[in-house]
Design a protein around this ligand. Structure first.
Ligand code: KG4
Ligand code: ZN
Length: 369
């Protein structure tokens, strides 16, 4: 049974993990350790991730984080069969720290190096926590950088078995959470704060618009163009858009501040805005997920990535999946936001598929699947 050391540094978390194969196809991965050093405190005072500060902090933290992951996992260097690392997408300076470190380890220990796509890691987090997904599955990866919908049809290489069937045409959902929090004067990262503040609010207080796609997608590439009217309608429904919603919240807040004549809105009103905004995001996400699940006769639904930690999304997804008679896979909170356990599990899958990277592997900010 193979064991990997995995490293993830795509954004503002320095993470390492030890993951082993179990031999059980129903629950293939055992997470022996999962260490994360978060930089949220450092970036908070700037209201968002500062790439230069992020890469420097990764350099400071990576040795300690890797040693800690080995200790917690009671793993020795000699027991490792491979080193897995996030190659992209992400902030290139951040990615480079992990990739350079992993290459150094692979060379020093004479181990295979396995390059992992960050979003393949998020998809794999569902298998780590829930076991094998009934296939085909429709999986939404929803984070600060992505809102991607996939149809998963197999258990081999993600490039072959995960097909992108929808994505955002502008902001990612997590980015919308972060931007709305910033304009309400709440702290970074905005998602968890809005989630908490919204609990005290009325989600029907403000009727924010939920984007519906009513015109052809001019940004789609020719090769991805849908064929036939029915297919075209379906494809339009799979697109997400959050910048209109963000602008609607901004206008509402400006209008309310002007009407009050001072800068701050009362806490109860902020809670109503958060709850109403969150309801609109969750509805937009789940509409598409359930439509896609029906269109592709899915046997299960998965939702992964940082925004999958959202309590409203989790509750509504559970209710709607149950109503549709489909099992729902969600990651535990530790595996929802960025971590290396998911990279280790995805790395083991790739190792099985024979994937190895040469030692001149480069980080790629916008890596394709
Ligand atoms: O997957 P992730 O850790 O990093 C990326 O790959 O981007 O996702 C981070 C995003 C941030 O935008 C953060 O605000 C959002 O996930 N997030 C949440 C919650 N927890 C984290 N959004 C809504 N509700 C939450 N509870
Ligand atoms: Zn992520």
């Amino acid at each position: 049974m193979a064991t990997v050391l995995a490293i993830e540094t795509s954004c503002d978390e320095t993470a390492a993990a030890v993951v082993s194969e179990t031999g059980d196809p129903e629950r293939p991965w055992r997470v022996r350790s999962n260490t994360v050093a978060s930089q949220a405190e450092i970036h908070r005072e700037w209201g968002g991730v500062v790439p230069e500060l992020a890469s420097r902090q990764h350099v400071r933290d990576i040795c300690g984080v890797v040693e800690r992951a080995l200790d917690d996992g009671r793993a020795s260097w000699s027991e490792l069969d491979a080193v897995a690392v996030t190659q992209g997408p992400g902030l290139v300076g951040s990615l480079l720290v992990g990739v350079a470190f992993a290459k150094g380890l692979a060379a020093a220990l004479d181990l295979p190096l396995v390059p992992v796509h960050h979003l393949a890691g998020h998809i794999e987090s569902l298998v780590v926590d829930n076991g094998r997904l009934p296939l085909p599955a429709v999986v939404l990866v929803v984070s600060g950088g992505h809102t991607n919908l996939y149809e998963v049809t197999g258990e081999g290489h993600p490039r072959r078995d995960c097909r992108l069937i929808g994505r955002t045409r502008d902001d990612a959902a997590g980015e919308a959470f972060d931007k709305v929090a910033a304009l309400l004067g709440l702290s970074y990262p905005g998602g968890p704060v809005i989630d908490r503040v919204a609990r005290a609010g009325d989600d029907a207080a403000i009727d924010f618009p939920v984007a519906r796609m009513t015109h052809a997608d001019r940004t789609a590439s020719a090769s991805a163009a849908p064929v036939g009217i029915a297919a075209e309608r379906r494809a339009r429904r799979m697109e997400f858009s959050f910048s209109g919603l963000k602008t609607a919240v901004k206008r509402h807040v400006e209008k309310r501040r002007a009407a009050r004549g001072d800068g701050d809105l009362p806490d109860a009103e902020v809670a109503d805005i958060c709850a109403s905004f969150q309801r609109a995001v969750v509805r937009a996400l789940l509409d598409r997920v359930l439509t896609a699940a029906r269109a592709s006769s899915a046997r299960s639904i998965g939702i992964a990535g940082g925004v999958s930690a959202n309590s409203r999304l989790r509750a509504d997804a559970a209710a709607q999946a149950a109503a549709a008679g489909l099992p729902l896979a969600l990651p535990t909170l530790a595996l929802a936001t960025d971590n290396a356990a998911m990279i280790g599990a995805a790395g083991l899958r790739l190792l099985r598929a024979g994937v190895r990277a040469p030692l001149d592997l480069n980080a790629r900010a916008s890596l394709e699947f």
